[in-house]
Design a protein around this ligand. Structure first.
Ligand code: GRF
Length: 198
């Protein structure tokens, strides 16, 4: 069996990338082919290299606000890696509709909220401010609209009395590391049935 090739895009420490890469073994239908960042100093690049995964970066800053020009550069290492699937894992650049449309149906993202609630940033603080009793994370197909697109999985966590945003984020992150690998394995096998974790 030839494995599905998975490129992972990240901007930070890459704990989700590590969970994904470490899950792609044995009879898993996919293998990582590239870890790509917009930041040369992203800690995830080191962790990927330690796992023998090819890495690349394209610094977004020289492109100032010209998203299309940045994305044209980003496409080069991406196309060279010939991915079947792209996983955004803490990739903190908004992608244009033009870029997203080239990967339609083949690009996933993990977002730290129970979408459609709390699209955008600061999701944990917003859930606390709203007095929610539960929170969580969502893996979805990436479409042109930010943090939208068909939901492929969700994991729920309780909000506990006295939670700070950091404590809640840590509880959610643990579930991200369970949810994303479970969704990727199913998605790589051609199954879009949502993964729902408690
Ligand atoms: C996670 O909170 C994820 O939900 C969000 O960015 C963070 C990524 O963390 N997309 P890491 O770089 O995977 O550790």
């Amino acid at each position: 069996m030839t494995h599905k090739r998975v490129a992972i895009l990240l901007s930070g420490g890459g704990s989700n990338m590590v969970a994904l890469v470490d899950s792609m073994t044995g009879d898993h239908p996919a293998r990582p082919c590239l870890v790509l960042s917009n930041d040369a100093k992203a800690g995830g690049l080191v962790k990927a290299a330690e796992r023998g995964v090819p890495t690349a970066y394209v610094d977004h800053r020289p492109f100032k606000g010209d998203r299309a020009a940045f994305e044209a550069e980003l496409m080069k290492p991406l196309l060279a890696a010939e991915p079947d699937i792209i996983c955004l894992a803490g990739f903190m650049r908004v992608l244009t509709a033009g870029f997203v449309s080239q990967w339609n149906g083949r690009m996933l993202n993990i977002h730290p909220s129970l979408l459609p609630k709390y699209k955008g940033l600061h999701t944990h603080a917003r859930a606390l401010e709203a007095g929610d009793s539960e929170h969580g994370c969502t893996v979805h197909e990436v479409t042109a609209e930010l943090d939208d697109g068909p939901i492929l999985g969700q994991a729920r966590v309780p909000v506990l009395p006295g939670d700070t945003p950091e404590q809640l984020a840590a509880r959610v992150l643990e579930q991200e590391h369970r949810l994303y690998p479970a969704v990727l394995r199913r998605f790589a096998a051609g199954d879009r049935t949502p993964v729902l974790l408690g």
